[in-house]
Design a protein around this ligand. Sequence first.
Ligand code: HPA
Length: 274
Amino acid sequence: MTLTVKAKAQEAARFLRQLRPLRPRVAVILGSGLGAVAEEVREPLVVPYRDIPHFPLSTVEGHAGRLVAGLWNGQEVLIFQGRFHLYEGYSLAEVTFPVRLAQALGAEVLVVTNAAGGINPEFKPGDLMLITDHINFMGTNPLIGPNDPELGPRFPSLTPPYTPFLCDLARRAAEDLHLDLKEGVYIGVTGPSFETPAELKAFARLGADAVGMSTVPEVIVANHAGLKVLAFSVITNSARGEVEEVAQHRAVLDVAASSGPRLARLIGEVIARV
Ligand code: HPA
């Protein structure tokens, strides 16, 4: 018998609750190279993804593949350390399973992070960008197929996709921490090939400030699930279609890792205020 997404998420939630009576308010999905953000969690319950019923396994370099639950700045959080990408061959149901699990556990807020190429010429590697909107350029949508009205509406609104009061909270937190926080539009592509110069020039004209291979599916499902959403990119490389700036996975991970502590401080501050 094949289980529905809702049934799978509920089973996974039940499994976790029997390890500890979790009531997370905020769920966080960490992007490539950003695993260190989870080190902020106090009294962590660490569960490898492979132990959680129905959870896909993460394969890509730079992703630990475990869930960390605990307290962060007084807030009960659920951190997904390691995410799933379409380019690895996962279905969109698998890519977005962590969001359904967060929903099943009663989370109210989803924070998503990623590594991204900087299209905006003002951006440099290491910059943090608040995602204020996105362009779904993946050619698909995680909500395609029968809709379960208990999970969310058939035609959810994505205006706005990122919750304005959380964006404001992030801007104020960055200011108070004296952190430079850029803002912009994220364009999501499937990868795994990096973009051609012509694609990057086209994306700039479409209004994108950063490009990456994740986040859009999770954010669509989070909106469907009624979660409030906040998202950040770490700009790991410039992506303007110039031959001398060829994106490389290793460099992406290194830059993300060195920006991780700054992003952790920012998210920690937002979590303390939310
Ligand atoms: N393109 C797509 N995804 C990325 C990039 C890029 O340049 N950098 C980090 N993730």
